[in-house]
Design a protein around this ligand. Structure first.
Ligand code: GRF
Length: 218
């Protein structure tokens, strides 16, 4: 099977740590794939720098340029994605709602990672430390991360993998964020690996994961 052709979408302030975890997983062979394309919203993004250092094509497609015409922005994204023959899109710190033309063209082939246990603590405004502070304020004893398929709303698509971490007595939003981030870096590659192996199927809100096929040679 040819390697999965992966694109990532990042926003201006993305650090690119999840992107790096995906790149590393491709390099180590954990994921049979290649990060071919990383599309930014602004030139000055640390994630774009990381991507370029790793040989990905790194165009900037600024939503501002389309003056509120989300369809036109979406079509521009689709054009870049198609020209690279992309099989999977990974949102990696992409802070906007993905335009409908992209959601439609790549249904079932777009993933996002969220630094909380969806369907709790998701939705508009729930990003970065806001999520972790909301978890602390809620009194929850666990938090975690979620990799999910992307639909037309914020954080509502079918869940692929989740891992929980404890909330500790002396946690602040940033100590909790750091504990969750460690799991993010394992969960995103794990979800992409399942996808690349063709083991995911979507049934309504549920994602079914089929057994690993072990080939016995000899
Ligand atoms: C991560 O916390 C991820 O869960 C969220 O955006 C953040 C991106 O961080 N979607 P990084 O750019 O991958 O370091």
């Amino acid at each position: 099977m040819p390697p999965l052709r992966i694109a990532a979408l990042v926003s201006a302030h993305s650090r690119g740590s999840n992107l790096q975890a995906i790149i590393d997983a491709c390099k180590s062979g954990l994921v049979h794939g290649e990060v071919e394309l990383v599309i930014g919203t602004r030139v000055d993004s640390p994630a774009l720098e990381r991507a370029a250092d790793n040989g990905a094509d790194t165009p900037v497609i600024s939503p501002r340029k389309f003056a509120g015409d989300d369809n036109a922005y979406g079509e521009a994204l689709n054009k870049a994605l198609k020209s690279h023959d992309i099989g999977l899109i990974c949102l990696a710190g992409y802070m906007r709602i993905l335009p409908l033309p992209v959601v439609r063209a790549y249904a079932g082939r777009i993933m996002n990672i969220h630094p909380g246990l969806l369907p709790l603590f998701g939705g508009k405004g729930m990003f970065g430390e806001n999520v972790h502070q909301a978890v602390l304020d809620s009194g929850m004893k666990v938090s975690g991360c979620t990799v999910h398929f992307v639909d037309e709303n914020y954080d509502t698509g079918p869940i692929i993998v989740q891992t929980a971490v404890p909330v500790l007595e002396d946690d602040t939003a940033s100590t909790l964020a750091a504990r969750v981030l460690i799991e993010e870096h394992k969960n995103y590659p794990a979800a992409i690996r399942l996808f690349s192996e063709g083991r995911l199927s979507i049934e309504g809100k549920r994602v079914r994961v089929s057994e690993e096929v072990v080939r016995v040679v000899g």
